[in-house]
Design a protein around this ligand. Structure first.
Ligand code: ADP
Ligand code: ADP
Length: 220
């Protein structure tokens, strides 16, 4: 099973990706998480490049396509992706989507998370993350068992630097400008029947969205 999750920042992709990858035992490949974590042995992540990437992320802009494509190409060729994967946050530009096609990285499902800009701003300002695992919480809608601590490790949760209102607006702007064309790209691709494209209402409870995702991924 090869799945792409597309949707604006804060639409709940990461939360559902975590649940779905556990359910189907496929790796959850979140490009945002990969960029946030430190990979000292990764040749693409030399100090200067990493500093530059962090700057780009903190201002709410997109990291350049060449870097992202190399990052994903290396990751997808690992053995654990043999039986499938879930891409959360890639492709985010037409060039990234075209790279997938060119290198014959085919997918079965593209799921679009539909939600309004005002709702995601509320969600993102309450988001807390556990950096090492990528687990995500919300102070109100999905709180950890103990305030400020990760449920599994007990380590501290943090607020992402780019989760402030000004940067969120920039990220939303970039989503509308660069990622929405990717939605159309896959709607068009799905006419070939090899890809199934679904839009889901992301403005519901986490459990409801999860149930719908399972029904879509199983029944088709
Ligand atoms: P969210 O879904 O909440 O916007 P992510 O964790 O997916 O956040 O991404 C965080 C940041 O990482 C993005 O704002 C962007 O700077 C960078 N990023 C992640 N994936 C990509 C990508 N495919 N192309 C370019 N930049 C990316
Ligand atoms: P994305 O990966 O699309 O940026 P996240 O999964 O990180 O989004 O969710 C953004 C924030 O909203 C997190 O704090 C998360 O706990 C919370 N959240 C996720 N799904 C829902 C939902 N269905 N209802 C309310 N809050 C949610």
């Amino acid at each position: 099973m090869r799945i792409i999750f597309l949707g604006p920042p804060g639409s709940g992709k990461g939360t559902q990706a975590h649940l779905i990858s556990n359910k189907y035992n496929i790796p959850n490949i979140s490009t945002g998480m990969m960029l946030r974590q430190s990979f000292p042995k990764d040749p693409y992540q030399s100090h200067k490049i990493r500093k530059n990437i962090i700057n780009v992320m903190h201002t709410g802009n997109l990291v350049n396509d060449d870097f992202m494509v190399q990052l994903i190409n290396t990751r997808i060729n690992k053995n654990d992706c043999y039986n499938g994967f879930l891409l959360d946050g890639f492709p985010r530009t037409i060039l990234q989507a075209e790279f997938m096609k060119k290198y014959k990285i085919f997918v079965n499902y593209v799921i679009e998370f539909v939600i309004s800009d005002s709702t995601v701003i509320n969600r993102i300002t309450g988001r807390r993350i556990h950096i090492n695992s990528g687990r995500t919480y919300h102070i109100q809608f999905n709180p950890p068992k103990i305030c400020g601590l990760d449920d599994i490790t007990g380590e501290s949760l943090t607020t992402r630097k780019d989760d402030c209102e000004q940067t969120i607006r920039k990220r939303l702007h970039n989503y509308h400008q660069y990622t929405e064309p990717v939605l159309n790209y896959y709607r068009h691709e799905s006419k070939s029947k090899k890809i199934q494209y679904f839009s889901i209402d992301a403005n519901r409870k986490i459990t409801e969205i999860y149930k719908e995702l399972i029904s879509l991924l199983i029944n088709k």
